[in-house]
Write a protein that binds this ligand. Structure first.
Ligand code: NDP
Ligand code: TDO
Ligand code: MG
Length: 316
């Protein structure tokens, strides 16, 4: 089985690579070979690569920057996926793709279901929704895992931003009125592997019956403030020296950003359980594992260069 996996330098692609490699040959093209921002070239690339399964976690994920790069965000998050989905539909090659809580308008308090009305508040959210719609319209065998607040011990994410800020500042101010589920890339990768791997020989049929959008996040909920507080407490309890004394809850209005984020990012997990029998760990449990890895990486880096507690600053 030839598995085309995009975005292997990213969080989800990086976590998926070793899991999927157990069950097939991973084709992980570089950006020159497979550039989502150049949709017209993707058909030729796919014809050459001839995958039996396509897993596409690559995306334009810079939420604020997308407000000023609308055209590029749409090409990467919608134009590229549309071409992939049309290729996959024509040849009945199953496609796994990823979506976001930012497709919703964030109103109310109820968890969003897969068929809840969308209403993106940001260019990023709108571009991801356009990708979801195009994949669905192409009519091929597909699964779109809709996730939220993704992070890992490595990569560009909120955990690493907060870890850096906590070494620099006495006070962190973090929004407490946006609610969702922080989700580790490894939780997503494990769930995708649990769905896909036992069904490698009949994924077309599985996705035709049970595919479409499925919410895939860690269980439980918190605010970004709750998440930041848990990160700071977890790092301190693991012996890291931090400047941060207070993590102060603030309102969204007091943390102006270029893009608007949804207030309610809760995603209902019942379809994941019902269709695939998959459950996910609570966000605190998943965070604990990730903090262990994060601290281990910091210690390794500190041994290599003792003068710096935090390495890889450029990625924070
Ligand atoms: N991060 C999050 O909080 C959330 C993410 N999602 C979705 O989950 C999926 C995985 O996200 P995540 O792993 O966090 O994303 P990352 O930002 O960690 O990784 C994205 C990957 O896409 C690659 N990429 C960017 N532009 C292109 C392009 N033009 N052609 C090919 N590859 C490109 C990046 O390469 P490079 O590093 O070279 O730019 C990177 O490897 C995405 O669909 C995302 O929208 C959903 C909810 C939350
Ligand atoms: C760093 C920081 C952020 N914040 C706020 C800003 C924002 O509302 C929230 C999260 O900030 P970030 O910019 O890290 O998160 P953001 O980039 O919006 O994260 C999103 O990424 C995309 C790709 C997704 O699909 C979403 O699910 C979500 O994970 O926390 C603070 O209040 N204080 C702080 O010190
Ligand atoms: Mg961000």
């Amino acid at each position: 089985m030839r598995i085309l996996l995009t975005g292997t330098d990213g969080q989800v692609g990086g976590a998926l690579q070793p899991l999927l490699a157990r069950f097939g040959t991973i084709i992980a093209p570089n950006i020159n070979e497979f550039d989502l921002s150049k949709p017209a070239r993707l058909v030729g690339a796919l014809d050459t690569l001839q995958p039996d399964l396509i897993v596409n976690p690559a995306a334009y994920t810079a939420v604020d920057r997308a407000e000023d790069e609308r055209e590029l965000a749409f090409r990467i998050n919608a134009g590229g996926p549309e071409v992939i989905a049309q290729w996959s539909a024509k040849r009945r090659v199953p496609l796994v793709h990823f979506s976001t809580d930012y497709v919703f308008d964030g109103s109310g308090k109820a968890p969003w279901r897969e068929d809840s009305p969308t209403g993106p508040l940001s260019v990023y959210g709108a571009s991801k929704l356009a990708g979801d719609t195009a994949i669905c319209a192409a009519g091929g065998p597909h699964l779109i895992a809709r996730t939220s607040w993704v992070y890992a011990a490595q990569g560009a994410n909120f955990l690493r931003t907060i870890a850096r800020l906590a070494t620099e500042r006495k006070e962190l101010r973090v929004v407490a009125d946006q609610i969702g589920a922080p989700t580790t890339a490894r939780t997503i990768a494990n769930a995708i592997a649990d769905i896909v791997l036992p069904n490698l020989s009949n994924l077309n049929e599985l996705f035709a019956r049970k595919g479409g959008v499925v919410n895939l996040v860690c269980a439980g909920e918190t605010s970004w403030h709750g998440f930041a507080s848990a990160i700071v407490a977890g790092l301190r309890s693991r012996g890291l020296r931090l400047e941060a004394e207070n993590v102060i809850p603030i309102a969204t209005a007091d943390f102006p950003t270029r893009a608007i984020r949804p207030g309610n990012s809760r995603l209902d997990l019942s379809r994941l359980k019902r269709q695939f029998g998959v459950t996910t760990p609570n966000w605190q449990e998943a965070l604990s594992l990730e903090l262990d890895d994060f601290v281990a990486l910091q210690e390794k880096a500190a041994r290599a260069e003792p003068s710096r507690q935090f390495q890889q600053r450029a990625h924070f």
